[in-house]
Write a protein that binds this ligand. Structure first.
Ligand code: AMP
Ligand code: MG
Length: 315
């Protein structure tokens, strides 16, 4: 794919979805809406297609990809789904929960998807458009966030076009992503414990309510997996956290009573703040200000995921 042909943005209607399905089947990259963020999708079973994802993002090849499936049966073709995983799938799929499971021997996935790990990360997304694409294509789709590696994740089609430009041929425009923050990633340990590798919309408490406590301390700050990089989601300027006020050189991202230049949620609603987080970081990046300051955000519920992303944006 040439770098200077601008991506075609198509609406998420029958025709747009059919174009996406045809392109994906042919092995091309397509940016697709999900409930979390926009994904840069390719068929997971083809080496060249998966290689094209890494190339378009400039993503290091030791950072494995999440594979998206239409349903539990799709997951079972690729991974060993034990009783706990089944209970979690029952509770949270389709939805923003990614499970790291033992890879099934002979699974039809390109080696680069798992970056040489014996495990595979799998998710069954809830977004209507992504679900239709998965169903109609009959494919499992590798789909990391549709942005240049290390940058701010995209929550609308325009963000994708700005970040990947001509490196993706087709963008399916499904509007704003409702959750706005990447999926929770959980590792289920063979010995019975579990750990959150990346906090997200499904909280550790919600998971514990279904399968019991994990045993180990929550590990959101520990580098557990390749790709849980310290610096990520970066707007390309210095970011200062817990800022109740900002100076003239700072773009101030507010929360609750702190209005700032862009308020994540004036009502102090954390789900709304998550949905607005990346749009705020994109606005901060595009602004004329040299630096970014962010108001404190409580750590409760999905606030843990927001603060995880903010810490990495500031690192
Ligand atoms: P992204 O696709 O950008 O949302 O990132 C996917 C995340 O999933 C990365 O941070 C990886 O570290 C993580 N991941 C993917 N596959 C595995 C795996 N097999 N084991 C642990 N983490 C994984
Ligand atoms: Mg990403």
């Amino acid at each position: 794919m040439s770098d200077n042909v601008p991506a075609q943005i198509v609406p998420a209607d029958g025709e747009g979805i059919a174009a996406a399905v045809a392109a994906l089947r042919a092995g091309a990259l397509v940016a697709v809406p999900t409930e979390t963020v926009y994904g840069l999708a390719a068929r997971a079973d083809r080496d060249e297609s998966v290689a094209a994802i890494y190339r378009a993002k400039g993503r290091p090849d030791f950072n494995p990809l999440i594979v998206h499936v239409a349903d539990l049966a799709g997951a079972e073709q690729l991974a060993l789904v034990d009783a706990r995983a089944r209970v979690l799938a029952d509770a949270f799929w389709p939805g923003p929960l990614t499970m790291v499971l033992p890879r099934r021997e002979g699974a039809m996935v390109a080696a680069a998807v798992t970056a040489g790990l014996p495990t595979i990360a799998i998710r069954c997304p809830a977004h209507r458009v992504m679900r239709q694409i998965l169903r109609e294509s009959g494919l499992a789709l590798a789909a990391p966030s549709a942005n240049a590696s290390g940058g701010v994740s995209p929550t609308c089609a325009a963000h994708v076009a700005a970040s990947l430009g001509g490196r993706v041929g087709l963008i399916v425009d499904g509007g704003d992503c409702p959750d706005g923050i990447e999926s929770t990633i959980i590792a289920l340990r063979a010995e019975g414990g579990w750990q959150v590798l990346r906090p997200g919309p499904i909280t550790a408490d919600a998971i514990a309510a279904v399968i019991g406590q994990g045993g180990d301390a929550p590990s959101s700050n520990r580098i557990e997996a390749p790709g849980q990089m310290t610096s990520h989601y970066a707007p390309g300027k210095p970011v200062r956290l817990n800022a109740l006020t900002a100076d003239a050189e700072e773009f101030h991202i507010g929360f609750g009573a702190v209005a700032g230049d862009y308020c994540l949620s004036a009502d102090g609603d954390l789900a709304q703040a998550a949905a607005h987080l990346y749009a705020a970081l994109h606005a901060a990046a595009a602004s004329g200000r040299a630096r970014v300051a962010v108001a404190p955000v409580p750590d409760a519920g999905i606030g843990a995921a927001i603060n995880d992303r903010l810490r990495r944006a500031a690192a």
